[in-house]
Design a protein around this ligand. Structure first.
Ligand SMILES: [Zn+2]
Length: 196
């Protein structure tokens, strides 16, 4: 077991696809971000709870240090303070166009939890999910979605098909979390790619 000093807690490798981190719930505080409230939500977490910010930091930190050929997107599935799975985009690594970070994190979490739905879980991701991932999130009935950079071209949460606007599944959604930082990860990646 590795000890993550940022949280003073243990991180263990699980499910073959990601890490499991035990995070400690901290007092709520407030942070930016645009969100809308689910009509059917059991509870609404403004993106201000300290543990939400910590999980998002884990996800962004991981995306910032990726040094592979794939577009750097990282996604985690968490239930309250516990990260169940955390995965990166592996389309190029695995030569599989379905291997988006969110999809891999969903698959890993389902496997870990041995469940069919993630209706008590939250997704944290550095980029607005695309239509494929948004559909997958709808299918697993995700409870909350927290994402960093908006993606006007490929995003399907606040852009294009806006999947949850017409769905019976209504997760709590907050976008634009640490947007500048998350956008910079992608901008830098594509800049480096052009310079190669
Ligand atoms: Zn996707």
């Amino acid at each position: 077991m590795l000890v993550d000093s940022a949280f003073g807690c243990g991180i263990i490798k699980a499910c073959g696809l990601g890490d499991v981190a035990q995070l400690v719930r901290a007092p709520a505080c407030h942070a930016g971000g645009r969100g809308f409230k689910s009509r059917h939500s059991r509870h609404f977490v403004e993106f201000g709870d300290m543990f939400c910010r910590k999980i998002m930091d884990v996800v962004i930190n991981k995306a910032e240090v990726l040094s592979v050929a794939d577009v750097p997107v990282v996604a985690a599935i968490a239930i309250e303070t516990e990260i169940i799975s955390i995965c990166q985009n592996e389309v190029e690594i695995l030569k599989n166009p379905l291997c988006h970070a969110e999809f891999l994190a969903i698959e890993s979490a389902l496997k870990c939890l041995e469940t069919k739905y993630l209706d008590t879980a939250s997704l944290y991701v550095t980029l607005e999910p695309c239509s494929f991932c948004a559909s997958a999130l709808e299918k697993v009935r995700i409870m909350e979605i927290f994402f960093g950079a908006y993606d006007p071209k490929g995003g399907a949460i606040f852009h294009n098909s806006k999947i949850f606007e017409t769905s019976t599944i209504k997760p709590n959604i907050v976008g634009g979390i640490q947007e500048t930082r998350c956008s910079a990860i992608l901008t830098n990646f594509f800049k480096q790619l052009r310079e190669k």
